[in-house]
Design a protein around this ligand. Structure first.
Ligand code: PEP
Length: 252
């Protein structure tokens, strides 16, 4: 059986200024021990340098929330994967539904960003997930299959890729998916990754659940077989909320 390290990743979205760096310091001070769980904080881009400095020499890792697919060039306002790596960050979220929706990112954009992340030595946390309309129409697994085949590059490995299943209807809504829904989709993602990439790679890629994960529901979600951790939005903004989620994952 493939042993996968677990991962608790926090997506701060467009929240937090330099005062929020104290949250990273608090997490660094709390999580000193090496465990089987990776902890990643993805603050807004202006905090990447200082966040990486605060987390250096700790088990905490820092990630960005997006990157451009080009390494440099005339792309005003964008940041590239090598620039992210230069801050000391080691991870980047790609294909978050808020970017797919608000910025029109397609599966092929997400695929290109993932390759750019790998070229810069970053681990990509690639998000997929269905809308409420897709789910109501019974299309969830078709959407997931299409997103996986369109956005996961062929040369994926367990070190470089983490897939986050985030049903859009559960993000920031408090409407967490049931463990039955999570199991169905995570088992399906695992099966698809194994079919496409083979046993070793398909079983090594970590699968995170995201969508209204809170201290009160985390332990139940982490009992699901193919859930290796969580991508957490709102509850990652305060150390007092994120820490019990991390502890529930370590204990799972
Ligand atoms: C997210 O932004 O990826 C997310 C899952 O948000 P929340 O935990 O707030 O639903």
């Amino acid at each position: 059986m493939t042993m996968r390290r677990k991962m608790a990743a926090g997506n701060w979205k467009m929240n937090g200024n330099s005062a929020a760096l104290s949250v990273i310091s608090e997490l660094v001070a709390t999580h000193t021990a090496k465990t089987d769980t990776d902890i990643v904080i993805c603050p807004p881009a202006p905090l990447l340098f200082r966040g990486s400095e605060s987390a250096s020499a700790s088990p905490l890792a820092i990630g960005a929330q997006n990157c451009h697919s080009a390494a440099s060039g005339a792309y005003t306002g964008d940041i590239s994967a090598p620039m992210i790596a230069d801050t000391g960050a080691t991870h980047v979220i790609v294909g978050h539904s808020e970017r797919r929706d608000a910025c029109g990112e397609t599966d092929s954009d997400v695929r290109a960003k993932t390759i750019a992340a790998w070229d810069a030595g970053l681990t990509a946390i690639l998000c997929i997930g269905e809308s409420a309309k897709d789910r109501d129409a019974g299309k969830t697994l078709d959407i997931i299959a299409a997103q996986l085949s369109g956005s996961v590059p062929d040369h994926a490995t367990g070190d470089k890729l983490v897939v986050a299943y985030e049903p859009i209807w559960a993000i920031g809504t408090g409407a967490v998916a049931t463990t039955q829904q999570i199991n169905e989709v995570h088992d399906f993602i695992r099966k698809r990754l194994v079919q496409r990439l083979g046993d070793d790679v398909g079983n090594a890629i970590r699968l995170l659940y995201g969508g209204s994960v809170k201290p009160a529901n985390a332990a139940e979600i982490f009992k699901c077989d193919n859930v290796d951790g969580a991508l957490v939005g709102g509850a990652s903004l305060k150390a007092e909320d994120f820490t019990p989620i991390i502890q529930a994952l370590v204990a799972s």
